[in-house]
Design a protein around this ligand. Structure first.
Ligand code: PD2
Ligand code: ZN
Length: 292
């Protein structure tokens, strides 16, 4: 194999880039003093090097547009249960929900009479056989892992899994003024004394490599409703450290909060404080930017 000197490498590369025929390239090399065999070998070598470089370029382009694609921090729209005025109730079609308290920044609303006692009891009864230790999303890998920060037991219903779940989910859609199709399935959680969920954000971490997988086409989480299915004897508040708010669990009540920015400026850091006496049952509904 003859040595591929830089001038010849460049000359063959330019011919290839200009779509010269192989016969013309070989003739040119023979005019430069190479015999036919050597000219053919040099042409093959430069073609291989060129293809490898083109593949590398295509790969780095696809990496820069898919894997390392920047994840936007701010949602275009978020659920807004009370678009204006100061109503005291929201008519959800099948039930009238009371507005107990509200805060604008972050948009946080406490509701009463979201679920009937019977609905709470039925949700718990359906969840009991399916409970297992709750998990958290691990930073970096995006995997769901058991973590001491979250010691509850939990289970998920598929959206619309049965008529009761669907009825409640339709009601939550009316309540939050956000499409039913953008909601994840309801999750039911049970905390025994001492169990808790340490402060966290419900949106996916925009700085984690795994987040684009969690976002899928549904996009970020933009709102949460925590529904209280029973009233613990002591403890178990949903706590918002940034605004120093404890929402005490009360059967049938709920707390709603929304987050336009997936960062700490949303002020939606929150946790489930340890249950002190009794146990705590909640159902959580997360809302996405788009159809889930
Ligand atoms: O148990 C709660 O009150 C609670 C608080 C915060 C649950 C969640 N977050 C959650 O499941 O995301
Ligand atoms: Zn949460």
């Amino acid at each position: 194999m003859p040595e591929l000197i830089p001038e010849i490498h460049q000359s063959i590369s330019e011919h290839l880039a200009n779509s010269a025929t192989e016969a013309n390239i070989i003739t040119d090399l023979m005019n430069k003093g190479y015999d036919r065999d050597n000219a053919e070998q040099l042409l093959e070598l430069v073609k291989r090097l060129r293809n490898a470089a083109l593949e590398q370029h295509a790969l780095s382009k696809s990496i820069s547009t898919s894997v390392i694609k920047p994840i936007k921090i701010e949602a275009e729209a978020i659920p807004t249960p009370i678009p204006g005025g100061f109503p005291t109730t929201i008519d959800c079609g099948d039930i009238i929900v009371n507005i107990v308290a509200r805060l604008n920044e972050p948009n946080t609303i406490i509701f009463e009479n979201v679920l009937t006692d019977e609905e709470c009891d039925k949700l718990i009864a359906m969840a009991v056989p399916k409970l297992s230790r709750s998990t958290v999303v691990q930073h970096g890998t995006g995997d769901s892992v058991i973590d001491p920060a979250r010691t509850s037991q939990g289970m998920y219903f598929y959206r619309g899994e049965n008529p009761l779940v669907e009825k409640i989910e339709q009601r939550l859609s009316k309540l939050s003024n956000w499409p039913y199709e953008n909601g994840e399935g309801i999750q039911v959680l049970n905390y025994k004394p001492g169990e808790e969920y340490k402060p966290h954000y419900d949106f996916f971490d925009p700085n984690s490599d795994a987040t684009s997988r969690s976002l899928g086409t549904a996009g970020q989480r933009v709102g949460t409703i925590v529904l209280y299915l029973n009233t613990p004897e002591e403890g178990g508040s949903t706590f918002f450290p940034d605004i120093n708010l404890h929402v005490m669990p009360k059967k049938g009540s709920a707390v709603f909060f929304a987050y336009k920015r997936a960062d700490s400026s949303s002020k939606t850091l929150h946790g489930g404080s340890p249950v002190i006496r009794g146990e705590k049952w909640i159902a959580t509904k997360w809302m996405r930017e788009n159809k889930y």
